[in-house]
Design a binder for this molecule. Structure first.
Ligand SMILES: NC(=O)c1ccc[n+]([C@@H]2O[C@H](COP(=O)([O-])OP(=O)(O)OC[C@H]3O[C@@H](n4cnc5c(N)ncnc54)[C@H](OP(=O)(O)O)[C@@H]3O)[C@@H](O)[C@H]2O)c1
Length: 168
């Protein structure tokens, strides 16, 4: 499983159930990376999508503890263990953890790679990601050139999980 996320300079990722940044090039990157693949998300992130509907042209897996929860077009799992069983059906590199805060921070140790778009700004946030720059298990293997949208600078970055690489 891989992780894909957009962060502010202080690793903020969300505020009041919404994203901090909506920049076309980053949204395009997210779409191109996950299209026809498998996306894994928490129930709250599903609710934050337009109409609370799953992402089109992707297999959507949603985690919730609510045994009665159902949503058209979604595969529902109720624990990390159920999730790990479900994703065995797919190629490891085709499964993307897409949020939100709770899921990223619980599941990043199980991810082999992280695609992190870093925005050079700090906005009010109530949800934060683990700081990958301060984690010796994660190595920055790629940083793009600096892009800019309406004065907002950002880069695309790839981190590799060395603890998983060592196990392989
Ligand atoms: N910057 C980005 O790239 C990005 C991406 C995605 C989301 N976000 C932001 O992140 C925020 C949402 O994050 P969040 O932490 O509030 O919610 P979340 O991680 O999307 O969802 C949390 C929910 O997932 C379910 N869950 C979590 N762990 C579980 C487990 N072990 N077993 C079963 N169910 C489990 C629970 O659902 P139930 O309550 O139904 O049991 C829990 O309430 C929003 O602001 C969103 O915009 C940012």
């Amino acid at each position: 499983m891989k992780l894909i996320v957009a962060v502010a300079r202080d690793w903020g990722i969300g505020y009041k159930g919404d994203l901090l940044f909506r920049v076309p090039l980053d949204m395009e990157f997210f779409r191109d990376t996950t299209l026809n693949k498998v996306v894994v998300m928490g129930r709250k992130t599903l609710e934050s999508l337009p109409g609370g509907r799953p992402l089109k042209n992707r297999t959507n897996i949603v985690l919730t503890r609510d045994r009665n929860f159902q949503r058209e077009g979604c595969i529902i799992v109720h624990s990390k263990e159920e999730l790990f069983e479900e994703i065995k059906k797919y190629k490891e590199e085709d499964v993307f953890l897409i949020g939100g805060g709770k899921l990223y921070n619980d599941l990043y140790p199980y991810c082999s790679e992280a695609y992190i778009t870093k925005f050079d700004a700090i906005l009010e946030a109530d949800t934060y990601l683990h700081n990958f720059d301060e984690d010796k298990d994660w190595l920055l293997t790629y940083a793009s050139e600096v892009h800019e949208h309406e004065g907002l600078k950002f880069t695309f970055n790839t981190y590799k999980n060395l603890s998983l690489a060592n196990l392989a």
